[in-house]
Write a protein that binds this ligand. Structure first.
Ligand SMILES: Nc1ncnc2c1ncn2[C@@H]1O[C@H](COP(=O)(O)OP(=O)(O)O)[C@@H](O)[C@H]1O
Ligand SMILES: [Mg+2]
Length: 342
């Protein structure tokens, strides 16, 4: 039974990662360039790519060491990679392999002179190569055209490579196709390196002082999730109050004489939304810390549902370790703020 349960847990964790990747991928945002390491984008999509490719395709990744940072929107680079992988999968119906390579490339005068988009300098390259059907010359020539597709209706939109071209050009880079029918295809992307240093994507995790016992008010309309949160917190030694909706949470907060350290609340709930619950509870317990939990990527929420971008937010579903780390993070962040500015 324990082995079966372990598999259930593994499957749930995989589903969680996949959900987050899909949410991140589905975000429709204005371009937000950031200084990023292309390797992080490739690594972050690993799970999604394996799923996309299926079992008959072997995925090899070769990540160049100490890549120069690039200035680009990470969501858009994910889209580039996914579009290229989906094309490779379609070309690999009979099986084969897909390689993703990243590297630093120095473009010299000689190379740049034949390519008007490029100026000599430092670039980071992303190569996506498959051992699939390959493309005849007349297809290569038109492949970047919007709506050009050789696939049947319902299978192809003809927008995959056009999107890649748009994103790469906008980032000041260049994309080229090398393909041989019967052998395979390489799509090579060059992105200009930036001088700015990359910032770490992950916030530093802090631990709560050992033995710290908190009183936590959990507000969640989904009974299973409410129970999971309650159990995680109780096991970690905290005192837990649970409410199934906002009005009930406010009632509990009003009648709770001693301090409540943390409000852990869902964002989207019937009767009252998370941000309203937080407002009311903060009036009753001004010192309370707030951690929102949401099953939606922020931009997917309508403006009335959005919470303060400064507010702490944890994505659902979460593991015990993630929840406890997020709670530590909330207390850490608060401790660093001067009084009165929280
Ligand atoms: N890796 C590849 N191998 C073989 N052919 C490809 C590959 N990538 C793209 N193509 C060809 O280029 C065409 C355009 O690709 P794309 O713009 O992604 O549109 P779609 O995939 O929807 O057809 C495809 O229909 C296909 O003929
Ligand atoms: Mg495509």
């Amino acid at each position: 039974v324990q082995r079966d349960l372990a598999q259930v847990v593994t499957a749930a964790e995989r589903a969680t990662r996949l959900t987050h990747q899909l949410l991140a991928f589905a975000r429709r945002e204005v371009v937000q360039p950031a200084v990023i390491d292309l390797n992080d984008v490739v690594t972050g999509l690993d799970e999604l790519l394996h799923r996309t490719l299926g079992e008959h395709v072997t995925l090899h990744t070769h990540l160049g060491e100490r890549l120069w940072p690039v200035l680009a929107d990470p969501g858009q680079l994910e889209q580039v990679l996914v579009n290229l992988a989906v094309n490779a999968r379609d070309a690999l119906a009979a099986g084969g392999s897909l390689s993703i390579d990243t590297d630093n490339v120095e473009v010299d005068e000689f190379y740049a002179v034949a390519r008007p988009e490029l100026t000599p300098g430092r670039y980071v390259s992303l190569k996506v190569s498959d051992t699939g059907t390959g493309m005849p010359r007349e297809v290569i020539e038109r492949a970047f055209e919007p709506f050009f597709t050789t696939k049947g209706p319902g299978d192809g939109t003809g927008l995959g490579l056009a999107t890649v071209y748009g994103i790469v050009s906008q980032a000041g880079g260049r994309v080229e196709i090398y393909s041989e029918t019967g052998l395979g295809t390489t799509v090579a992307v060059l992105l200009p390196a930036t001088e700015q240093p990359a910032v770490a994507a992950q916030p530093v995790r802090a631990e709560l002082p050992i033995g710290a016992q908190l009183t936590v008010l959990v507000v969640e309309d989904e009974p299973a999730l409410r129970e999971v949160a309650r159990r995680i917190l109780t096991r970690a030694g905290h005192r837990v109050l649970v409410a199934e909706d906002g009005p009930r949470a406010i009632e509990l907060a009003r009648h709770h004489e001693s301090a409540i350290d943390l409000l852990l609340t869902d964002v989207v709930m019937p009767r009252m939304l998370g941000n309203e619950v937080a407002e009311h509870v903060q009036e009753l317990h001004p010192e309370i810390h707030v951690l929102f939990m949401s099953g939606y990527a922020q931009p997917a929420l309508g403006p009335e549902l959005r919470i303060d971008p400064q507010a702490a937010l944890i994505d659902k579903p979460f593991s015990a370790a993630t929840l406890l780390a997020a709670i530590s993070g909330v207390f850490e962040a608060r401790a660093r703020l001067p009084h009165g500015s929280a």
